[in-house]
Design a protein around this ligand. Structure first.
Ligand code: DC
Length: 219
């Protein structure tokens, strides 16, 4: 199956690349971060702290998640409700990182990710796709960039959406999320030995996509 794994920390350009790649190859883009965000949103809606494992676990059986595509756009549907409009809020980012430390949460979502990848050619972006979800994926990329550059990109993106937040605050959040995502015990963020590592700090999106496409075409 044509599965392309794109892993890396927040703001490294994963979703931009995954979207562009999926379009070029005419395959599906699976944003796995959106799935963790969906769980975080659901947990917060029920007044439960995403760090409170004992109270998060009993909620999991009630989460019926479907990933659907409308006009090429991925939607996260939980128990029939499209939660996509709410999961990009700034506070959901850290909550998703926190809830994603819980092994039972990961196991549930990884099962769904593997099921989708087994029947659909797709580009998946996340933190553990090449290392845990699909260790045999034929193509693995790990995108990275300096924390300052990633914060600059994220700050710009938030400013365009009208979110008022300082660059310093975004940088702090990025660093906290990097630490939490890389240091968790179960399936942490990490580059595997067989992944192509691309530092996008001083690359344009066009240059990055070109590097990825040339690796795919040369294999
Ligand atoms: O890619 P993102 O920023 O939307 O992801 C939000 C959080 O979800 C991220 O900080 C960690 C978690 N996540 C994960 O643990 N594993 C994935 N495959 C994708 C996201």
């Amino acid at each position: 199956m044509l599965n392309i794994a794109i892993d890396g920390p927040a703001g490294a350009g994963k979703s931009t690349m995954a979207k562009a790649l999926a379009k070029k190859l005419n395959i599906v883009y699976l944003d796995t971060g959106a799935m963790y965000r969906g769980v975080a949103y659901y947990v917060l809606q029920r007044g439960v702290d995403p760090a409170d494992e004992a109270n998060v676990i009993p909620l999991l059986d009630g989460i019926e998640m479907d990933i659907v595509y409308e006009n090429g756009q991925q939607k996260v549907v939980i128990c029939g409700e499209d939660v996509t409009p709410y999961i990009r809020e700034h506070n959901i980012s850290m909550a998703a990182s926190t809830v994603s430390k819980i092994p039972a949460v990961r196991i549930k979502l990884v099962e769904l990710q593997r099921a989708i990848a087994a029947k659909t050619p797709c580009v998946l972006d996340g933190r553990d796709i090449g290392s845990y979800v699909l260790p045999n994926a034929p193509y693995k990329f790990f995108l990275t960039a300096s924390a300052e550059e990633r914060a600059r990109r994220r700050h710009l993106e938030l400013a365009e959406k009208g979110v008022k937040i300082s660059y310093e605050e975004v940088l702090e959040d990025i660093k906290a999320r990097d630490h939490q995502d890389s240091s968790r015990a179960f399936a942490p963020l990490k580059a595997t030995e067989d992944a192509v590592i691309i530092d996008t700090t001083s690359l344009t999106p066009e240059q990055t996509i070109e590097m990825i496409m040339s690796r795919i075409n040369s294999k």
